[in-house]
Design a protein around this ligand. Structure first.
Ligand code: HEC
Ligand code: HEC
Length: 317
């Protein structure tokens, strides 16, 4: 009886392993999605992202940074598919998010910022616990930045939280011409008054309030936002973002009531007109294609510290 029980336990164990580990290993063969990272850049003389990837692996960036986005990962950009990783060996999925997810990091900040951040994270992100990588050679550093700037550069939005049907094209009257400069300018005024404290004067998500927020305000200059439709912008501004401190600026009930909400529908459309103007192309001056700018940031090496300075009590008895 005892033996039969033990056998049952063993069979159950291996059945589970077989079904959840071995079978998927054999049967799961995703096709290349065509949206993986593209490590080819024009000016390899300045920096080579493919080599930078090796530096990323060698330095163990994946101990603290993941490279996958899920539906609930608001703010990390377009979602990934299994097929995005077909050519990623070894893949850099990671498991711990001590630092933010880097799936779509490319183009989020200028290359110079990335370099300065790697040399001394605290200099550009006060309070950061990321270690300094100032010990990297010039070549390693530039290649690593080029790699970081290439992350997500081919990724298209194929799935994100969609606006509910009542927001979709045509069902909500657009009371403002969201493509006109005048509307964008009106929106800018509202933005400075209501949004800049969190989203920053230039929409970089770095307003003074951002420091105290667990979920950081959106950076509207990201290329990702080029793909938002007017309706989707309007939906976000009206309903806010659940799970974050992003307020709901509409009343949520009657979408067209001129008196409804903190901001009227017209004001929200003005904001849409302004928000649309903030996102930048990946190819604009702030992104990976101007890798030459990397050389304008010198590598500042941190002072070498003796063991006693690291561990001030080690010498004392
Ligand atoms: C010990 C954990 C740790 C390691 C190792 C680490 N990081 Fe970080 N990283 C962080 C933390 C925490 C933050 C958030 C604070 C900040 O931005 O500095 C961060 C932020 C970042 C950011 C900014 C992300 C954003 O969008 O704000 C980038 C880029 C980055 N790290 C790249 C790297 C690279 C490249 C490496 C490897 C050379 C690396 N990190 C290694 C912890 C780590
Ligand atoms: C209290 C701080 C705060 C204020 C004030 C604020 N926001 Fe936000 N906002 C956030 C946060 C936090 C997020 C969530 C970012 C994320 O999704 O990761 C966000 C997200 C958004 C998004 C969605 C971005 C996306 O990824 O879909 C839009 C659009 C937006 N804000 C517009 C505005 C506008 C317009 C105003 C002013 C009328 C405003 N916000 C005021 C904090 C704020």
């Amino acid at each position: 009886m005892y033996r039969a029980g033990a056998l049952g336990v063993l069979i159950t164990f291996f059945l589970i392993i077989w079904a959840t580990v071995l079978m998927p290993m054999v049967l799961f063969n995703p096709k290349p999605s065509g949206h993986g990272n593209n490590y080819a850049v024009s000016n390899k003389e300045v920096a080579d992202p493919a080599r930078g990837r090796q530096v990323y692996v060698r330095e163990g960036c994946f101990y603290c940074h993941t490279q996958f986005t899920r539906l609930q990962d608001r703010g990390y950009g377009p979602l990934v598919k299994a097929g995005d990783y077909v050519f990623e060996t070894p893949h850099q999925l990671g498991t711990a998010r001590t630092g933010p997810d880097l799936t779509n990091e490319g183009g989020k900040y200028p290359a110079q910022w990335q370099k300065a951040h790697l040399i001394n994270p605290r200099a550009v992100k006060p309070g950061s616990i990321m270690p300094s990588f100032s010990f990297l050679s010039d070549r390693d550093m530039n290649d690593l930045v080029a790699y970081v700037q290439s992350l997500g550069n081919e990724r298209k939005v194929t799935a994100y939280v969609e606006a509910p049907a009542e927001y979709m094209q045509g069902t909500i009257p657009k009371t403002v011409d969201t493509n006109s400069d005048a509307a964008a300018n009106a929106g800018r005024g509202l933005y400075i008054q209501d949004c800049a404290a969190c989203h920053g004067m230039e929409g970089l998500g770095n307003g003074p309030n951002a420091i105290s927020l667990e979920k950081k305000p959106a950076n509207f200059t990201r290329p990702f936002y080029k793909q938002y439709s007017d309706e989707f912008w309007y939906y976000r501004v009206t309903e806010g973002v659940p799970g974050t401190r992003m307020p709901r600026w509409g009343d949520g009930g009657n979408l067209n009531d001129p008196r409804g909400g903190i901001l009227t529908p017209e004001q929200r459309w003005y904001l849409v007109a302004y928000l649309k103007t903030l996102s930048k192309d990946r190819t604009s001056e702030d992104t990976v294609d101007k890798l030459d700018q990397l050389n304008s940031v010198g590598i500042e090496r941190l002072p070498v510290i003796t063991k006693e300075q690291w561990e001030p009590h080690s010498g004392e008895e």
